[in-house]
Design a protein around this ligand. Structure first.
Ligand SMILES: CC(C)(COP(=O)(O)OP(=O)(O)OC[C@H]1O[C@@H](n2cnc3c(N)ncnc32)[C@H](O)[C@@H]1OP(=O)(O)O)[C@@H](O)C(=O)NCCC(=O)NCCS
Length: 150
């Protein structure tokens, strides 16, 4: 059974493992994830408030999402990273994580949310969740409230 929970410092290695499936190795990602989570590393225009959620299957970390408040590109929030273990893709898990982060954004009065898709697969995923093109590179939700299932 898939559970969604908040991440903490003890989860950094598992998050780095998921990040390294796309690019880089765990040693590259561990300090970057840790410093993002503790606020000592900040993406452009990031504010202090940030959140990381995990998806777990019987304690095994199989996905995560990270986001923060921002003033980047006229937005109020930025989806920083999302990764799902390849064995668990196309089961709606990333959609559940985006919804969890969307609820966090809304609770922090952030509705306009940007994301750098980085690749075509992710672009199609965000399109399926109702995101629009912001410029040649970025995508955004004008109001992330629209993806919340009642
Ligand atoms: C992009 C990613 C997060 C999607 O995760 P996921 O759990 O498979 O996504 P979901 O199952 O919630 O997909 C929801 C919908 O998005 C669309 N979608 C998801 N992956 C897609 C793909 N590879 N190609 C086309 N559409 C896709 C589909 O419409 C899908 O619904 P469907 O399966 O009923 O057709 C995952 O493929 C991943 O981790 N990719 C590598 C990391 C990455 O690119 N991260 C984003 C940039 S930081």
């Amino acid at each position: 059974m898939i559970d969604i929970r908040e991440a903490n410092v003890n989860d950094v290695t598992q998050i780095a493992r998921l990040r390294s499936l796309g690019w880089g190795d765990e040693a590259f990602w561990i300090p970057r994830v840790a410093n993002y989570m503790n606020g000592s590393q900040n993406p452009q225009m990031a504010k202090a408030e940030r959140m990381v959620y995990l998806a777990t299957d019987e304690e095994k970390v199989i996905g995560f999402i990270a986001g923060h408040l921002t003033s980047r590109l006229g937005c109020e929030g930025e989806l920083q990273w999302i990764d799902i273990d390849p064995a668990y893709r196309r089961k709606g898990i990333a959609s559940q994580l985006v919804e969890a982060l969307a609820r966090w954004f809304i609770s922090h009065h952030a509705c306009k949310i940007c994301v750098d898709p980085g690749n075509d697969q992710a672009r199609r995923f965000y399109l399926a969740l109702g995101a629009q093109k912001l410029d040649d590179h970025w995508m955004f939700w004008k109001n992330i409230n629209t993806i919340i299932k009642q």
